[in-house]
Design a protein around this ligand. Structure first.
Ligand code: SAH
Ligand code: SF4
Length: 406
């Protein structure tokens, strides 16, 4: 049975709907995977195969290490566990990661995985994207939080997708585990050779993470766990379109870096780009940012601003942007709009992005412009195409020259 995804219009509003209804249907695999279970849930799983209670804590520690430090893909590899326990585990559980439906590798090293998840509706599988972007000083993995998105931002391809379901914590952690598998990025025996190709995680793929709060919280806390995948919370960024009531909660319960999809400096314009602004207007959003737990000059909030030609890219907009963010420890990320088939916007001209970024820069912000990466493989995909690469003015000019000779 399918759940109808009828778009719901807010009362009294004739304009585009703010939200679609999420899909409730989820078909769990027959044998559950241990990837993404909390320590408590792992202990329970051990209880289910009759591991005595007094042993469970130690066994959980051992399994955790095999899962998240060594990247074991098979119970047989877990040599610190008895053979009997390994067999008993294998009978009831798996170490399955999400399935890769397709992989694309760009000439610049960017890799995109199309990931197939359990469940299908009307013959269409649940799929999300996950992208690895190597840079000189880091490797960033962009992960998804939902299949599709319940929100309808007018410039975003994901927003047009009908299918929506929340990812489980296992599917969120599974993307990081899967990337480490694919990149052979696990710590070798003895702790040597930890290359850490995946050094940063950004939740900027498909979906609105703060509308899948518990799973995102539990998943990211596993990604940050110091005895496992061990990514510092300063190297994990969660991007939200502005689900105000969950911003403070995210700070308190997840504690990762926050990115906010701002995109406009007036409520009137933001409502047309990010319809959620009708529910949570700019004033409330910026208040939530000011009060984000742990925000400081060392832990700034990133404000994302997609550059849409003739829509939000005037120099008056740039000046208003700087005024609006006054007093908030902020970084500003200008994102060249990535068009998709049927999109009604164009990317701002490079010269305009330059002028815009100069105003932002002169106001004291680093004003990085995200460089399009993996151009050859990500052409049709919205937000996953970009990497947060800081460019100097000179580099930007060089890029511009390159673009003109394309
Ligand atoms: N739902 C969350 C996170 C996923 S989107 C959010 O909206 O923040 C990640 C970022 O990509 C957001 O800033 C989003 O506005 C931006 N984005 C979406 N579609 C885009 C497009 N076609 N071109 C450029 N950026 C886009
Ligand atoms: Fe959803 Fe973010 Fe796309 Fe808006 S920009 S539709 S919130 S994924």
């Amino acid at each position: 049975m399918t759940t109808p995804l009828a778009a719901t219009k807010p009362p009294g509003s004739a304009s585009a709907a703010i939200e679609k209804r999420p899909l409730e249907r989820y078909v769990a695999p027959e044998k559950p995977s241990l990837v993404g279970l909390s320590r408590a849930a792992l202990a329970e799983a051990l209880g289910a195969i009759d591991v005595p209670e007094r042993q469970r804590r130690m066994r959980v520690q051992q399994i955790w290490h095999w899962l998240y430090v060594r990247g074991a893909q098979d119970f047989a590899a877990m040599t610190t566990l008895s053979k009997e326990l390994r067999l008993a585990l294998a009978q009831r559980f798996t170490l399955a990661r999400p399935e890769i439906a397709a992989e694309q590798v760009s000439v610049d090293g960017t890799r995109k995985w199309l990931i197939r998840l359990p469940g299908e509706v009307e013959g269409r599988p649940h799929e999300v994207e996950c992208v690895y972007i190597p840079e000189a000083d880091r490797g960033t993995l962009c992960i998804s939080s939902q299949v599709g998105c319940t929100l309808n931002c007018s410039f975003c391809h994901t927003g047009t997708q009908r299918l929506v379901r929340n990812l489980t914590p296992g599917e969120i952690v599974g993307q990081v585990v899967l990337a480490r598998d694919q990149l052979a990025d696990w710590t070798a025996a003895g702790g040597e050779g930890d290359k850490r190709l995946v050094s940063n995680v950004v939740m900027m793929g498909m979906g609105e993470p703060l509308y899948n709060f518990e799973a995102v919280r539990d998943g990211l806390n596993i990604v940050a766990d110091g005895e496992g995948l061990s990514l510092s919370k300063r190297r994990i960024t969660l991007s939200t379109s502005g689900v105000v009531p969950n911003i403070a909660r995210a700070g308190a319960e997840i504690g990762v870096m926050l990115a906010v999809s701002l995109h406009a400096v007036t409520d009137e314009l933001r409502e047309t780009l990010v319809p959620l602004n009708r529910k949570y207007p700019l004033r409330d959003l910026l208040d939530a940012c000011r009060n984000y737990p742990g925000v400081s000059n060392a832990r700034r909030i990133t404000f994302e601003y997609v550059m849409l030609k003739g829509v939000n890219d005037s120099l008056a907009d740039a000046r208003a942007l700087v005024r609006l963010l006054k007093g908030i420890p902020a970084k500003i990320n200008l994102i060249p709009f990535n068009p998709w088939p049927g999109s009604k916007y164009e990317c701002s001209d490079w010269a305009q992005i330059e002028k815009f970024s100069e105003i932002v820069f002169n106001a004291g912000y680093a004003s990085p412009v995200r460089t399009p990466r993996g151009r050859d493989i990500l052409a049709a995909c919205g937000q996953l195409k970009s990497a947060t690469e800081k460019l100097s003015a000179r580099e930007r000019l060089a890029l511009r020259a390159m673009a003109m000779t394309d």
